[in-house]
Design a protein around this ligand. Structure first.
Ligand SMILES: [Zn+2]
Length: 407
């Protein structure tokens, strides 16, 4: 059977793929720390879909989590047996980030998906449902045609990717589900034409910075200490210091420099006429692997000490999340070569292999010495309002996955 037949079968299912993706968007899967009830409902829906398709080998590896009503964070694996025991893992995540500012969703409501101009709009469409559907239908096409793939395909759907993966891929790795010679693809990042294969990543550091002053009436500010002002000044100083101290570029990465972004800010006082006594701001830092994350933290603490002396406010720093970049996947690993060849053969383009912002499930595989690649064709709409998935990307990436299973 030639690959064209398989690709035609995938094309034939284009509308079905779109419908299935939309079905899953309608079942939100938001983490408890973002005010959601986890992934259980979406996982149930997904398993129903897989069973209807005729997947018979579906396994559940749930992690306990008291914070959600179902008391578990679901991880699901659907296998399609191949001619050999070699396994191709395609890892996609069930969870989504919250919608954010609803008013910014101008095309459709975040969990009420809509198709427009070849795109499916809705939260989670691109991150990560587009590739979840692509991986499922790559396997389904083979099933429909009665083709036994060369290697076993393991479709792996994980929880908790957006908040550190403790209940998701980290849990699965802890259960020893994976082996050194497994082929692992994490389609959770990529560029517009699929010409970028990620094998390395930056360290990710999320910080909460708390500033404590003294609350008072705004008409008599000298009776208090404005934590908002000190907090803002500190945030700007920190922003400047980090960019000045760590300007290095590495063209292997995209973007080539470390990034340091002030992001979330917590609500403070309820009234305009109150000088806030507390201020909370967060930073998202993605640091080139050449820099020691502990060193960066040391520099931040030095700046804090200076500010505390200058302002007599108290400033504390809390590491919300820290992922130190693992050793990159070998550029000559089998999965890298297979993927490179698949993209070249099917798309006629030579993909670039390199590093990116990071923070995907691939990092945890690299940490235990299992080569993993991050690849997909995406418009990089993740976490944005009016997030969409291009239907063409979903269909065409399914062909690449089918090729990886067969070649
Ligand atoms: Zn994602």
């Amino acid at each position: 059977m030639n690959t064209d037949t398989v690709f035609k079968e995938i094309e034939r299912m284009r509308n079905e793929m779109t419908e299935t993706l939309m079905e899953l968007v309608r079942v939100p899967a938001i983490a408890p720390q973002s005010g959601g009830d986890g992934e259980s409902k979406r996982a149930e829906k997904l398993v129903q879909i897989l069973e209807t398709m005729g997947f018979t080998d579906i396994r559940h590896v749930d992690a306990d989590d008291e914070r959600v009503p179902s008391r578990k964070r679901p991880n699901v694996i659907a296998y399609l047996n191949g001619e050999t025991k070699e396994r191709l893992w395609i890892i996609t995540h069930l969870d989504v980030v919250p919608a954010g500012e609803e008013a910014l969703w101008t095309v459709t409501k975040p969990f009420d998906p809509l198709v427009k101009d070849g795109k499916i709009y809705g939260r989670g469409t691109e991150d990560n449902l587009q590739e979840m559907i692509a991986s499922i239908y790559a396997a389904k096409a083979l099933k429909n045609l009665g083709i036994k793939p060369k290697r076993t395909v393991a479709l792996c759907f994980v929880a908790d990717e957006e908040n550190g993966s403790k209940f998701g891929i980290q849990y699965l790795i802890g259960q020893h589900l994976f082996e050194k010679n497994d082929l692992v693809v994490v389609p959770d990042g990529g560029n517009g034409d699929g010409s970028f294969i990620e094998i390395a990543e930056k360290s990710a550091l999320w910080l909460k910075i708390s500033t404590f002053g003294k609350q008072t009436h705004a008409s008599r500010p000298s009776d208090g200490l404005n934590a908002n002002r000190v907090g803002m000044e500190f945030a700007l100083a920190l922003d400047k210091m980090l960019h000045e101290k760590y300007p290095a570029r590495d063209d292997y990465f995209e973007p080539p420099e470390s990034t340091f972004e002030p992001t979330k800010k917590e609500k403070n006082v309820d009234a305009v006429n109150i000088v806030p006594g507390e201020d909370f701001i967060y930073f998202d830092c993605r640091i080139l692997p050449r820099f020691d994350v502990e060193e960066v933290l040391k520099e931040i603490n030095i700046l804090i000490a200076t500010f505390e002396k200058k302002t007599s406010a108290r400033i504390t720093i809390e590491v919300v999340s820290k992922t130190v970049a693992p050793q990159p996947t070998d550029a000559n690993a089998k999965i890298v070569t297979m993927l490179r060849e698949a993209v070249e053969t099917i798309r006629g383009i030579k993909p670039k292999v390199g590093g990116i912002g990071g923070g995907t499930c691939a990092a945890y595989f690299r940490r235990v010495g299992i080569p993993a690649v991050v690849w997909s064709t995406a418009d990089e709409m993740a976490h944005q309002p009016n997030e969409y998935a291009k239907i063409d990307n979903m269909v065409n990436d399914a062909k690449i996955f089918a090729q990886l299973a067969m070649a």
